[in-house]
Design a binder for this molecule. Structure first.
Ligand SMILES: C=C1C[C@]23C[C@H]1CC[C@H]2[C@]1(C)CCC[C@@](C)(C(=O)O)[C@H]1[C@@H]3C(=O)O
Ligand SMILES: O=C(O)CCC(=O)C(=O)O
Ligand SMILES: [Fe+2]
Length: 363
């Protein structure tokens, strides 16, 4: 066990193999209801959309609409992200999570910041700790490609020996941005609004790239890799390895999302739910862990520029002169992010709690 105290530098991966899991990681029984059902649709093939095929685009938009209205979730194939790049990004994760505890501690993210290493959020929470280690960094959509800000982050913060890791993630984030802007066009088409609306809104956005490493766990039925939540962000592009563990809550039950090669999972987040005036649901999901098997996921969270006002397009709130009731107040991503980092642990009702907080904290 690491010499440092459990609460500040706990790393699940340093647990002795034969040890029961510490009470901080044991979740309430009601959060641990198991499931054997699967949710694997809609699976949207983007090839026709990328080729500009009108009928294929309309069909993809219809599939996407059904998935987003029901459970804020869909999956994509032929997404244009090079498989070798995904494999390389996954391989680079191992070099990060195999670092020594002391190096991990030196990369530990600062309170209130999202960037850097976190072991089970043990610096932020003292119960219901998620059984995972994370490494998160920023990707600015607005930065010029030649700026290589991700490469700089790895070179200057993580260490010169991680230059290759930085180059791989620089390319991965650029590919994620490109896919996200295409998906925003398809989302706009599915909502019947100007195809460029959301793409323009996010072009100068800023995203969070997060690598999740879920160590094998001796008592997987007592804990969770990531607890039940809706991503407070706008759109999530998730790559999970072939181990399995992602679950979506839909039709009043938890359903596992079977990993498939060359497939990316797309979740609607709270901010996009507000941008669609509630037409699309923020996806309630969680991640399970396994005995004897570790698991990895790479999650790209898309956000608008921090100070941009988040509100639905006029066409969604004023349809042929009929005023549609606004579901959420105007807010900025900066405010919502700050709420989740300083006041509230994101869960299944973050947006509702945030709106209440916003309206009762006028300052
Ligand atoms: C804005 C964010 C906060 C979290 C990372 C991004 C989007 C997802 C959020 C999170 C994963 C939701 C579950 C709880 C959380 C604390 C976690 O388990 O990591 C959340 C992230 C965070 O606050 O770091
Ligand atoms: O690892 C997973 O499958 C889910 C992770 C997740 O939901 C998150 O990091 O927000
Ligand atoms: Fe999530």
């Amino acid at each position: 066990m690491a010499s440092s105290s459990l609460t500040t530098h706990f790393h699940p991966s340093v647990l002795q193999k034969d040890q029961n899991i510490p009470t901080q990681f044991i979740w309430p029984k009601e959060e641990l209801v198991q499931t054997k059902e699967e949710l694997n649709e809609p699976m949207i093939d983007l090839a026709g959309f990328f080729h500009g095929d009108v009928a294929a685009t309309a069909a993809a938009a219809e599939q996407l609409r059904a998935g987003c209205e029901k459970h804020g979730f869909f999956q994509v194939t032929n997404h244009g992200v090079d498989e070798e790049l995904i494999r390389a990004a996954q391989d680079e994760m191992d070099s990060l999570f195999k670092l020594s505890v002391d190096k991990k501690v030196s990369l530990q993210k600062m309170p209130g910041s999202l960037w850097g290493y976190s072991g089970a959020h043990s610096d932020r929470f003292s119960s219901n700790l998620p059984w995972k280690e994370m490494f998160s960094f920023q990707y600015d959509h607005g930065s010029a490609p030649e700026e290589l800000l991700v490469v700089d982050y790895f070179n200057n913060v993580v260490g010169k020996e991680f230059e290759k890791t930085g180059l791989v993630y620089q390319k991965y984030c650029e590919a994620m941005k490109k896919l996200s802007l295409a998906l925003f066009q398809l989302l706009a088409i599915s909502l019947g609004i100007d195809r460029e609306h959301y793409k323009k809104f996010f072009e100068d956005g800023s995203s969070i790239m997060r690598c999740n490493y879920y160590p094998a766990c001796n008592e997987p039925n007592l804990t969770l890799g990531t607890g039940p939540h809706c991503d407070p962000t706008s759109l999530t592009i998730l790559h999970q390895d072939q181990v399995g563990g992602l679950e979506v809550f839909s039709n009043n039950k938890w359903q596992s999302v079977r990993p498939r090669p060359n497939t990316l999972v797309i979740n609607i987040g709270d901010t996009f739910m507000a941008l669609s005036n509630g037409r699309y649901k923020s996806c309630l999901h969680r991640a399970a862990v396994h005995k004897g098997k570790e698991r990895r996921s790479m999650v790209y969270f898309v956000n608008p520029k921090k100070d941009k006002v988040v509100k639905p397009p006029q066409d969604l709130v004023d349809q042929k002169g009929e005023k549609i009731k606004r579901k959420y107040p105007d807010f900025t991503w900066s405010k919502l992010l700050g709420f989740t980092q300083k006041h509230y642990r994101a869960d299944d009702t973050t947006l509702q709690s945030f709106c209440h907080w916003l309206l009762t904290n006028k300052d």
